[in-house]
Design a protein around this ligand. Structure first.
Ligand SMILES: *Cc1c(COP(=O)(O)O)cnc(C)c1O
Length: 481
């Protein structure tokens, strides 16, 4: 998509879609926001939607569907076996990935479960650029280990590296040389989620695949965030700039043995599955689908979602469609940088990530800066983000806190959902908060589950800082919401 600019020269991430269906939103007063945050135990997962104005928690299952997707849902063929919908979906996957076989699964983590149960055993080592929460859980549950071989630049919060999700090829080779017999496959995560939606280059993907194959092992791609990665390859990689999105997709897919994805992200619907080239690999995984997901022609998905997914996958091949997310994220990130507010750079896919460590350096890591910032952003603007810091980690076996490498607040940008004025509003409230950052204090647990504490845990502020924030808001904004 050509970059569109105003007459003044200012670039504008112009929407190449229009709104046909809307959902009413409420913006409740700041006093109510502080109250709702307390009711939710200072955990944004426990807020209720009626109290939220901009839901930037996640991009999962909340992307806007197109008119064509909704139309396709009406022709879904609901039958237990032999459904025409399944044929349409697999034909689309064959067309774009060139894969012959498809195993449906109810969402991304279900595909991970099937792959892990097939290939991982006690002591297995799975090299990957970076882990995702559910991926790691499935591997470690079976006694396997995750080895992260992302380039050093990948975990630096600020950088200008265009492909922070790249593998470190030397580290990968070393791993093969030293522990190759324990490696059942290499996993490549497109649009690396937990380090800020950062892409890999086409060149790196091909090099990783070639190296892995030279050691006789299969390559598995987690393509959940592939659409953003495709956009970045097209716009940041010189040697790919003349390739179409379809061609880039095919060059990647031709090098993979297995491609799995969450269709809650890829394909703008809900569901997931595994695309496979080789019959042998297909047969090894196949029996797990009817056992854990559903029959082979739906795998736990609704056929309506499968129709929407087939259309959404086709739309993913359209640069006008897939550029919207990255362009909005870049707009937000650039504006925040201009205002001197610490964010993860360069802008990636998925969302904009605030760096809580630099935003509120006075809050000790033991008092959860990313969680505190998440609560403060909600109180300041009714905006819900997701903590990606120490609260998202698990305690060590001796009960001590495992301090996260980075303390981020992720503000996800669901695709095609928000308008630019809503993004500008979010920027403005974060700017206000940054001017009042000294008021923000820490949190402590009052109810701490032993696993997945970030979902269910309840916390409280270590002082009366939320009240002070409300008071300052009223002084500056008067009657405004
Ligand atoms: C979301 C996600 C998953 C898990 O998918 P679900 O559909 O939520 O189960 C796996 N990998 C990546 C990279 C993801 O972003």
């Amino acid at each position: 998509m050509p970059e569109i600019r105003f007459y003044s020269g200012e670039p504008i991430p112009l929407e190449l879609h229009k709104v046909k269906i809307v959902q009413k939103l409420d913006l409740v007063p700041v006093e109510r926001r502080a109250e709702a945050m307390a009711e939710a135990g200072f955990n944004t997962f426990l807020l209720r939607n009626k109290d939220i104005y901009l839901d930037m928690l996640t991009d999962s299952g909340v992307n806007a569907m197109s008119d064509r997707q909704l139309a396709a849902m009406m022709i879904a063929d609901d039958s237990y076996a032999g459904s025409a919908t399944f044929t349409r979906l697999t034909d689309k996957l064959t067309e774009i990935f060139g894969t012959e076989y498809f195993l449906p699964a109810h969402q991304g983590r279900a595909a991970e479960n099937i792959i892990a149960m097939t290939f991982v055993e006690k002591g297995s080592i799975i090299p990957m650029n970076y882990h995702f929460t559910t991926t790691k859980a499935h591997i470690t549950r079976l006694g396997g280990y995750v080895e992260e071989v992302v380039i050093d630049e990948g975990i630096k919060v600020t950088s200008d590296h265009p492909f922070k999700g790249n593998f470190d090829l030397d580290k990968l080779r070393k791993l093969f040389e030293e522990k190759g017999d324990r490696i059942p496959f290499v996993r490549i995560e497109a649009g690396t989620n937990l380090i800020g939606g950062q892409p890999l280059s086409l060149e790196n993907i091909i090099a990783v695949a070639d190296m892995t194959h030279s050691y006789g092992k299969p390559v598995v791609m987690d393509a959940s965030l592939l659409q953003d990665n495709l956009y970045f390859i097209k716009t940041r990689e010189e040697s790919a700039k003349d390739l179409s999105i379809r061609e880039i997709t095919r060059r990647i897919a031709d090098k993979m043995d297995i491609i799995y994805f969450s269709a809650r992200k890829l394909g703008f619907a809900r569901g997931g599955g595994i695309s496979i080239h080789d019959r042998e690999l297909y047969l090894r995984m196949r029996e797990l689908v009817p056992m854990f997901e559903g029959f082979l022609t739906y795998g736990g998905m609704s056929v309506r979602e499968m129709e929407a997914m087939a259309v959404g996958l086709e739309e993913t091949m359209d640069m006008d469609v897939i550029s919207q997310g990255p362009l909005f994220i870049r707009y937000m990130t650039d504006e925040l940088i201009r205002l001197g507010i610490p964010v993860v750079t360069p802008a990636g896919g998925l969302g904009c990530h605030l760096d809580a460590t630099r935003f509120i350096p006075h809050v000790r890591q033991e008092e959860y800066p990313a969680g505190s910032l998440g609560a403060a952003v909600y109180i300041a603007g009714g905006i819900r983000g997701m903590e990606r810091g120490t609260i998202s980690e698990q305690r060590e076996e001796d009960g001590s806190e495992h301090l996260a490498a980075v303390e981020l607040l992720r503000l996800a940008m669901p695709r095609r959902v928000f308008t630019l004025s809503q993004v500008k509003y979010a920027i403005d409230r974060i700017r206000w908060l940054y001017d009042h950052r000294d008021l923000i204090g820490g949190l402590r647990f009052v109810e701490e589950p032993s696993s997945l504490r970030f979902f269910f845990g309840r916390l409280e502020p270590v002082s009366d800082w939320p009240e002070k924030l409300v008071k300052a808001f009223r002084e500056d904004f008067g009657e405004s919401l």
